[in-house]
Design a protein around this ligand. Structure first.
Ligand code: IPE
Ligand code: IPE
Ligand code: MG
Length: 251
């Protein structure tokens, strides 16, 4: 497995187009409410925005796109909404995985999948298997994902594999057990829907990501909105702890 350097241990190479974009797709419910539609209609329109953002990112040469679809806290929603979301997830996988494969997209899911019904788990497994050798873009869906869960599952697996050493583990030793060990850390984090919080998304991996928040509700997030986010990213100075003067010396 490719192993990517950690932003707190090394200064990563940066480029004009972010290599990895991670998005909290928020605002589906409000999008629907404004139109006097049921919340699930907002989620349906959200799936269309997902399709578009995958295409636009692939065209721009983004290599990793990670989308937060369902958090470990979203089970707290009304049971009807949770079950409609699960149905939508199944439907989207049934329809889209083959298209992802045709477009050379590698599909991955991170999160605790054990709580999902067997049919959904099977679709995820089959989709990952089918697309595992695709190289154009890696699409990761975070489902029943929580940043704290991720760090703890990594720690527990690390300890289970090294029972003889109960202390003094390093960051580099933990990193391979995190659920996104196959990807570099996100360069650009986007949250739609106006809230300015992380909501237990990739806590470890966002250490040095550039954060971008927009009022745009997820179903309205289009190519122009993506370009605005990338353009904001391009105006940032990524110092990784160094001074601005140091960066200019190396330029
Ligand atoms: C994000 O949209 C989708 C999920 C969390 C599944 P929301 O459903 O949170 O939409 P708002 O925030 O209520 O508008
Ligand atoms: C975050 O959105 C999770 C997803 C987009 C899947 P939420 O709508 O659940 O976040 P909070 O509750 O407003 O923080
Ligand atoms: Mg929300």
């Amino acid at each position: 497995m490719a192993f990517f350097k950690s932003s707190t241990r090394d200064v990563p190479e940066t480029r004009d187009i972010p290599k990895h974009i991670a998005i909290i797709m928020d605002g589906n419910g409000r999008w629907a409410k404004r139109r006097l539609l049921p919340r699930i209609e907002g989620h349906r329109r959200g799936v269309e925005a997902v399709r578009a953002v995958i295409r636009d990112c692939a065209e721009k040469g983004v290599e990793y796109l990670t989308l937060f679809a369902f958090s470990s806290e979203n089970w707290r929603r009304p049971q009807e909404e949770v079950s409609l979301l699960m149905q939508l997830f199944v439907l989207a996988l049934e329809r889209e995985v083959v298209k992802l494969h045709e477009n050379e997209i590698r599909f991955k899911v991170i999160g605790d999948l054990s709580r999902f019904e067997p049919r959904l788990q099977q679709l995820i497994h089959d989709g990952e298997r089918l697309t595992e050798n695709n190289q154009r873009l890696t699409l990761t869906i975070a489902a029943n994902y929580g940043g704290r869960w991720d760090i703890l599952q990594a720690l527990n697996r690390l300890l289970a594999e090294h029972p003889e050493r109960a202390r003094d583990f390093t960051e580099d030793e933990l990193a391979p057990y995190l659920s996104m060990a196959y990807a570099p850390e996100p360069d650009l984090f986007i949250r739609t829907g106006g809230e300015q919080r992380i909501s237990n998304f990739l806590l470890w991996q966002l250490a040095y990501s550039e954060l971008y928040f927009t009022e745009t509700l997820w179903p309205d997030f289009n190519k122009q909105a993506l370009e605005a986010a990338i353009s904001s990213y391009q105006s940032r100075e990524r110092r990784f702890g160094r001074t601005s003067e140091q960066l200019k010396e190396h330029a």
